[in-house]
Design a protein around this ligand. Structure first.
Ligand SMILES: [Zn+2]
Length: 367
């Protein structure tokens, strides 16, 4: 059986939404080549100081890090919030941390299970305090690890197929093209075989506070949102909140594993925090107004979809006619918009069905 080489679209379906995040940028091309960070290429991320001992590692559009991370220097050591997409990007972050403090990394927190926030964990494998929600640990073990295993099988089959084709090919130009494909797939396979899924070792379902020196760190679960297990990091004294993918700033959100109506409630909870700085999982550091604008995006989406659900329009009709509202037309990840519409439609439809009268119960008199 001929096994098709994974097209970007197939690859995205196989490994979930993170790879959709990669699609718009040059990083996808780099990853298809099986490349790591390009030597001399753009920096994966930039460490931005938010307060004394508090940093956001904000990713560049073409780097290898993909999602933002956070760094909090405590009296006994350093806490890292999210580990980027690869061990290389995580190692680069660790090197930047070493440049600002001699203290060792003591804690690693995963905001949720998505690979762009957790695949760098292996670079911090010596850190015993790897913290995440119970759902994030479950999903890394039950979703991410099997996805990696499947990808390894597919990549191996592709390498074998390309090797066979190359050995039978007589035409020089075609041989060269096949050889390039084979090299790319082999590099990709090496990348996969070096990847270790390292789930959180300590889990929480509600809140966890770390008091270390004069720093207080609060980890909070605000309800199902972007995934079933997002946790945020709040620094009450510094009024800084790292929100992970609860907050997409200047970007259309990835809703692949989300419950959007619950996500709106969680954003309402995040807005109750006494914070002035909100660090998103994707996009630049924001303020309160930016987070309010993100909630408004979902409200606008709901307003767009509600009449279609009330009229009984099909999802196909809705997606066919709907356009990204001009207010959000410059946002990153425009390719997520149809899935946003779809998710909102499905949730509103099921809310409508749940609210519908169930029919009259007619009591039959006993004979
Ligand atoms: Zn995510």
């Amino acid at each position: 059986m001929r096994i098709p080489l994974a097209s970007p679209a197939a690859w995205l379906r196989i490994w979930g939404a993170i790879l959709v995040v990669l699609a718009p940028g040059a990083i996808l091309a780099a990853r298809q080549r099986g490349a790591g960070p390009v030597p001399g290429g753009p920096p994966a991320s930039e460490l931005r100081r938010l307060a004394e001992g508090v940093y956001a590692d904000i990713v560049g559009p073409d780097g290898d890090a993909v999602a933002n991370a956070g760094v909090v220097v405590l009296a006994s050591g350093v806490l890292i919030f999210d580990s980027h997409y690869s061990a290389e990007a995580a190692k680069a972050l660790e090197d930047k941390v070493k440049a600002v403090t001699p203290r060792p990394v003591r804690y690693l927190v995963n905001s949720h299970f998505h690979p762009d926030h957790t695949h760098g964990n292996q670079a911090f494998a010596g850190v015993r305090q790897i913290i995440g929600s119970t759902a994030a640990r479950r999903d890394m073990l039950q979703k991410d690890q099997p996805a990696l295993n499947r990808m390894q099988v597919i990549a191996q089959a592709q390498v074998e197929q390309l090797s066979r084709e190359l050995s039978q090919e007589k035409e020089a130009g075609r041989q060269e093209a096949l050889r390039a494909q084979l090299n790319s797939r082999q590099a990709f396979m090496r990348r996969l075989s070096n990847l270790r899924i390292v789930p959180p070792l300590m889990t929480l379902d509600d809140t966890l506070a770390i008091e270390d020196g004069d720093r207080r760190v609060e980890l909070r679960f605000l309800g199902a949102a972007h995934t079933e297990g997002d946790i945020i990091l709040f620094l009450p004294r510094e009024k800084i909140a790292f929100l992970g993918d609860l907050f997409f700033h200047e970007a259309i959100p990835n809703v692949e594993d989300a419950v959007v109506l619950d996500w709106m409630k969680a954003l309402g909870e995040a807005l109750k925090l006494d914070a002035v700085t909100f660090v998103p999982g994707h996009g630049p550091v924001g303020g309160r107004q930016d987070l309010e604008d993100f909630l408004r995006y979902f409200e606008d989406l709901k307003t767009m979809v509600e009449p279609a659900v009330a009229r009984g329009d099909s999802l196909e009709l809705l997606v066919q006619d709907a356009r990204v509202p001009p207010r959000y037309a410059a946002h990153a990840f425009q390719n997520f918009f149809p899935s946003n519409l779809q998710k909102m439609y499905v949730e509103l439809k099921s809310a409508q069905a749940a609210a519908a009268p169930k029919g009259k119960i007619i009591k039959v008199p006993r004979p």
